[in-house]
Ligand binder design. Sequence first.
Ligand code: ADP
Ligand code: AMP
Length: 213
Amino acid sequence: MNLIFMGPPGAGKGTQARRIAEKYAIPQLSTGDMLRAAVKAGTPVGLQAKAAMESGGLVTDAIVVGIIGDRIAEADCANGFILDGFPRTVAQAEALDGMLRERNLHIDHVIDITADDEALVARITGRRTCGKCGEGYHIQFKKPASPEACDHCGGALVTRADDTEETVRNRLSVYHAQTAPVLNFYRGKGGIETVDGMQEMNTVFGALCAIIG
Ligand code: ADP
Ligand code: AMP
C-alpha cells in the first residue's frame, strides 16, 4: 500500500499519516521530519536545507529526491509507505515516478487533504509537537493535558521554528505556486481523491480509512 498525502501546510497530513501508519503498519515518510532531523544533527544535507526551511521556502529538489530515494529502498518500506510532504514540486513528482518505475512499484492512492488558508494559519501557529516521541498537539484543537508535556511520554512539547505567522504565509504562497500544480500532475495520471481537512480529526481519519480500505 503506497500512499501520497497531499495538502497545504497545516492541513493535517502529519496528524493523519501517523495514525494511518499505525493502523496499516506502514511507515510515514515525512520529508519535513527527515530534514529537521538532518538540521538538528548538523549533517551536510541539514546545513544545505536550513536557510530554505527557516524562510518557509523549499529545499532543492535534488536534496529531497535523494532523501526519499534512499528511504523507500529501506526494508521497512517493503509492504508500503505513506509519503507526507513529498512530492512538493512537479519535478519531484516526475523524479518519484522514475524511482517507482525502477523498483516496479506504483502509488495506490494520491489523497489531497484540503483546508482554508485562514484556518491553516491558526492551525500552524497553534501546533506543538513532542520533542521525544513526535506526537502532535494543538493548543486549541488537540490540547495536551499539561501545556508543556506530552500526554503519552511526558516529553517536552516544542513549537517549530518555522511555525510563525510570517513564515506560514510564505509557506502557503509557496504551496499555491509550486505544490498545487502537483495535483494536476496526478489528475492527469491515475487521478486523486480529496478529503475535506476542515472536518474534525476523527472524521478526516474515517474518510481516509474509507478510501484506503
Ligand atoms: P501538516 O502535516 O499537514 O502540516 P499537521 O498534521 O501537523 O499538518 O496539523 C497542523 C496542526 O493542526 C496540528 O497542531 C494538528 O494538531 C492540527 N490539526 C490537524 N488536523 C486537524 C483538524 N482536522 N482539525 C483541527 N486541527 C487539526
Ligand atoms: P513540513 O514539515 O512538511 O511542513 O516541511 C517543513 C519544511 O521543510 C518546508 O517548509 C520546506 O522548507 C522543507 N521541505 C519539506 N518537504 C519538502 C519537499 N518535498 N521539497 C522541498 N522542501 C521540503
